[in-house]
Design a protein around this ligand. Structure first.
Ligand code: BGC
Ligand code: CA
Length: 298
């Protein structure tokens, strides 16, 4: 395990910090606290506190957009602007039907591809039954692209746009699918990384790909961030000072700061006392540059 040099970027008490995304244009980091329905925006160079939008439902992830952001709230996709009411763009296909039974598969991890489509997955309401899916939102239409999922996570694309990475977290495997950015189609998936084989703890959660095509994965309940080569080899392990890192994003003026969101939702009082940095936004300098995140195209 490497000396990580991980420190606090913004001290917070989030339940489920998630979905950090850096806007190069605005030099702003955005992220969500899923369970509390909070969306944060922070300009690190200005040194101040983050601003926070409070939604009245859970919010699985955020992506960049011309307006400012789109948010995958539990019930559907919302367009957010710096001020003003959220605008509803599309309903969550798994929300209404499940809600009638008193349950809902809320949206979870997602991001935009280089053509501006939004890929966003759901999470089984009990986090165990395979009732979730990965969807693609293209020009207002949702299409399920992967089904029978428990917790959709780890979505990312290779820099050459030839691969889509995805994990159903409880499987402890990360798969990759041949990807065609022009048509948005996926080929046959293959297991690309298996935490079991590698003897790694926890489950693969959110991810970011760097400019060398390596995939950085936050191991939820594994207390570390790991980096895999394009061939799926384990290249580095960085210990995180809490058990539940959730996702990573490159940001900062040089795109060499790795921001790491964290959770407290599975910690009791003793755990919180032991891991005081859990629930904060963390950061670490890296020797490699990240990639600019694409925006939502409509
Ligand atoms: C989900 C959490 C879950 C975690 C680990 C996150 O993406 O939002 O609810 O506990 O992944 O699987
Ligand atoms: Ca996640």
């Amino acid at each position: 395990m490497q000396e990580s040099g991980i420190e606090v970027a913004v001290e917070l008490d989030m339940s489920l910090g998630e979905s950090p995304v850096w806007s190069v244009e605005r030099q702003t980091l955005y992220w969500a606290d899923i369970n509390n329905g909070h969306v944060y925006a922070w300009r690190p160079q200005e040194g101040g506190a983050p601003t926070r939008i409070e939604l009245d439902e859970k919010v699985g992830c955020v992506a960049l957009a011309d307006s400012e952001l789109v948010a995958a709230a539990a019930s559907g996709i919302l367009r957010l602007s710096e001020s003003g009411e959220p605008e509803r763009l599309a309903a969550n296909p798994e929300w209404k039907k499940e809600r009638q039974a008193g349950q809902g598969n809320r949206f979870n991890d997602g991001r935009c591809d280089a053509a501006g489509r939004l890929w966003v997955g759901t999470i089984g309401s009990d986090e165990a039954s395979p009732t979730a899916a990965l969807y693609c939102l293209d020009r207002g239409e949702f299409t399920p692209r992967l089904t029978d999922i428990r917790i959709s996570n780890g979505l990312a694309f290779s820099p050459d746009r030839r691969w889509l990475y995805h994990t159903d977290s409880p499987s402890r495997r990360i798969l990759r699918y041949p990807f065609d950015v022009d048509s948005g189609t996926l080929g046959e998936g293959e297991t690309w990384v298996d935490l079991e084989t590698l003897g790694l703890p926890g489950v693969p959660d959110g991810a970011a790909v760097d400019s060398e095509g390596c995939y950085w994965s936050a191991l939820y309940d594994g207390g570390r961030v790991v980096r895999f080569s394009p061939e799926g080899e384990l290249m580095a392990e960085h210990e995180v000072p809490c058990p539940h890192p959730t996702m990573v994003a490159f940001g900062g003026a040089d795109l060499r700061t790795l921001y790491i969101t964290t959770a407290t939702q599975h910690l009791d009082a003793e755990g919180k006392a032991r891991w005081p940095l859990a629930g904060s936004l963390l950061q670490m300098r890296t020797g490699v540059t990240g990639l600019a995140e694409p925006s939502f195209g409509g």
